[in-house]
Design a protein around this ligand. Structure first.
Ligand SMILES: [Ca+2]
Length: 504
């Protein structure tokens, strides 16, 4: 087998260790297996069933030689956390990048590791301590829930730094976090619980209130699946969406300024679904009175019926085309898993029984306090110069975007006002974007590059350029603006050209 040593001639550090020697590195409660992989030689595991090509199979042919390190970490007796690191032998940019997961996580995806390494990073990913996308692992395994909640990522950070130091003979210049959805939650959780782990964090569409959004999916499921009359035929999602745009997209003051198929700030859209109510019999282009009530429920915040306190923020106008996620024929599985396996530990648990008053304390005590990342105290992270780019699509039908806004505001308040966090923490709300991408938005952007630039220059990004690609063509460019600013049309020129917009 080929043996690679990372030869780094920087400063006083002349040489690191061979890849294979990392296997004997002593990492607390962990076993380490390291192997050299020649350029283009990585063979991803075959997909289930053993036939066909693994996802991203062809792209591995272009990979540089790297040291592949597989770690099993057992910080508790019940832990079994898999972590993988790809350390490029040459062309290392000097930085560490840890990548986040999605949903209930439970997988290390080689194409994610490859993407980071192709940008020059020593990249990392963990399965968060269990395999697969179900939460069934949680039943009877509170330590595994802790691993999923925050411990696996912390292990990935500390072990990654030790491996980098051993392999390259020096510390990483900076440690980056990059994740969306569950990965956004993981990044903000790190800033809250382990402020030393990462220097800079991209937190996309974060599931920071994991139990809250689970409650919302049940809230919507209880409304839509209550009876046949309350259900929304998926064909009507587009009808509602069109009515929303008709009401709120376009010229001010009634609209948002620019008629472009997306809402710049849907919280200002006062759309009443009753305007769509059928005048006579039910028809494909209108809503029955029962359906009007269902739609109102989808837009409404999830509240405790007794105290009226908000459990989670409602969906925004503009998100309708994605409502199959939570208002389809089944209750969103990620949500039912939360209650079935983590909170109640009962495989027979029925979503219809969830009580938004009496069940909430147990939800918080059992699961919320482990998996939710809502602590507004980022002082230790910000004090050491940590940086966060958080982003969220305004049309996200899976994690309500206002949950990001509310968290951002809570941090600003806790830290003494927006001016106290502005140099370290910025939120970018993306008009029309669905969950971590898609929708009618300018959803092509590079938040990691923006964060790198911020770290390297010290100048916080006020606007980040984005584009929309349709049928292989870029048909719109637009700036994404640091909240609370929005991309504002200057008044002349094409509304598909970013040069004609300012952030204000
Ligand atoms: Ca608009």
């Amino acid at each position: 087998m080929l043996k690679y040593a990372a030869l780094i001639f920087v400063g006083s550090y002349a040489m690191g260790a061979t890849c294979e020697s990392l296997s004997s590195l002593s990492i607390p409660h962990s076993t380490v297996v390291a192997e050299s992989v020649a350029a283009g030689a990585f063979a991803p595991p075959a997909p289930a069933g053993g036939k066909g090509k693994a996802k991203g199979g062809d792209s591995y042919a272009n990979l540089p030689a790297f040291c592949r390190v597989q770690v099993t970490s057992k910080p508790s007796a019940d832990s079994d956390i898999k972590i993988e690191y790809w350390l490029p032998v040459s062309g290392w940019n000097g930085n560490f990048e840890a990548n986040g997961n999605g949903g209930w996580s439970g997988a290390i995806t080689p194409n994610t590791l490859a993407a980071g390494m192709q940008r020059g990073y020593a990249s990392a990913m963990t399965d968060t301590g269990h395999e697969g996308g179900s939460a069934s692992f949680a039943m009877g395994h509170p330590e595994k829930v802790i691993d999923f909640g925050y411990r696996a990522v912390h292990e990935m950070a500390t072990t990654g730094k030790a491996l980098i130091k051993a392999f390259y003979g020096r510390d990483a210049k900076h440690s980056y976090w990059n994740g969306c959805s569950a990965g956004g939650r993981q990044g903000l959780m790190e800033a809250q619980r382990y402020p030393e782990d990462f220097d800079a964090i991209v937190a996309g569409s974060p599931a920071i209130n994991f139990t809250g959004r689970s409650a919302q999916a049940v809230w919507i499921g209880q409304a839509t699946l209550k009876d046949e009359a309350s259900a929304l035929p998926p064909a009507k999602f587009a009808v509602i969406h069109d009515a929303v745009l008709e009401a709120c997209d376009g010229r001010a003051p009634a609209g948002d300024g620019v008629k472009d198929g997306v809402l710049d700030d849907p919280t200002k859209c006062k759309f009443d679904p009753k305007t769509l109510e059928c005048k006579g019999a039910d028809a494909p282009t209108c809503l029955t009175s029962a359906q009007v009530e269902t739609v109102r429920k989808i837009y409404s915040d999830v509240v405790n019926p007794r105290t009226k306190s908000v459990i989670f923020e409602g969906h925004e106008p503009g998100s309708e085309n994605g409502w199959t996620t939570m208002a389809g024929n089944n209750v969103f599985t990620i949500a039912t898993d939360t209650f079935k396996y983590a909170v109640f530990e009962d495989t027979n648990w029925d979503y219809k029984t969830l009580n938004f008053d009496s069940d909430m304390a147990k939800t918080e005590e059992k699961t919320g306090k482990v998996v939710n990342a809502l602590d507004p105290n980022l002082k230790p992270f910000l004090a050491r110069g940590g940086k966060i780019i958080q982003y969220h699509g305004w049309a996200d039908p899976q994690i309500s975007p206002r949950s990001s806004v509310e968290y951002y505001k809570s941090v600003a308040k806790a830290m003494g006002g927006p001016s106290k966090i502005n140099d370290n923490y910025r939120l970018f709300m993306i008009p029309g974007m669905a969950h971590c991408g898609g929708g009618d938005a300018t959803a092509n952007f590079d938040m990691l590059a923006a964060l790198e630039q911020w770290v390297d220059t010290g100048k916080a990004p006020d606007r980040i350029e984005a584009s929309r690609v349709r049928n292989g063509q870029t048909d719109r460019t637009r700036p994404l603006c640091a909240y609370p600013q929005v991309a504002t049309y200057k008044g002349s020129g094409s509304t598909d050209d970013t040069a004609n917009f300012v952030c204000k």
